[in-house]
Design a protein around this ligand. Structure first.
Ligand code: CO
Length: 201
């Protein structure tokens, strides 16, 4: 069996298992999605939003890109954000980074990765801003981990500056913005920053 065939086979088994447990499972989900959360995470295959939060399909609206970046002119991210805030009316937006992020590490290196390199410029902006603190750290892994934390903070701040979020805040007490970081070695999410709607502060 080819590796991709295994995916299709496992999908059949999974679907059957869901129906076994709850015959209405798919018909209910097909009707409507009412997620309370928007997740902006890294594309890294080891940080899947639903698995690590033990949530089911229908609970989290997800956007992922390399190094979980919120870039003001990224039409893909902005479309997801607008839909989540204005149509789905999510209550929380979570930016989730992770330690050991390949994107963060690559942003600190010299090698030219072409298009990816251009994307990673968004992390270098944060790197330059905190250069003194970061350069003082001798251990390169610790430095990359710290940059991963600072990157999450910067992306949540970027999110708070988008017109989609500021407009929602003018009218409602949502969304609350969260910055979390995930540790691959213990599977634990840690909170780094939280920005509630102004009326909620
Ligand atoms: Co990553």
């Amino acid at each position: 069996m080819k590796p991709y065939e295994k995916l299709l086979l496992h999908n059949k088994a999974w679907a059957a298992e869901q129906i076994d447990r709850d015959p209405e499972y798919f018909s209910r989900l097909a009707e409507i999605q009412t997620p309370e959360f928007l997740w902006i995470g890294c594309s890294d295959s080891r940080v899947p939003a639903n698995e690590i939060t033990n949530t089911a399909p229908g609970e989290i609206f997800v956007h992922r890109n390399i190094a979980n970046l919120v870039v003001g002119n990224d039409i893909n991210l902005l479309s997801v954000l607008q839909y989540a805030v204005q149509v789905l009316k999510v209550k929380h937006i979570i930016v989730c980074g992770h330690y050991g992020c390949g994107g963060v590490k690559a942003s600190m290196g010299e090698s030219d990765l072409g298009t990816v390199n251009q994307w990673l410029e968004n992390i270098r902006v944060t790197h330059r801003k905190y250069r003194i603190e970061l350069d003082a750290m001798e251990d390169m892994r610790a430095r990359a981990d710290r940059l991963s934390e600072l990157n999450v903070m910067a992306q949540v701040e970027n999110l708070a500056k988008t017109t989609i979020v500021t407009r929602a805040w003018e009218e409602e007490v949502r969304p609350t913005l969260h910055g979390w970081i995930y540790r691959l070695s213990d599977g634990i999410l840690r909170q780094i920053i939280k920005i509630p709607a102004p009326q909620d502060r």
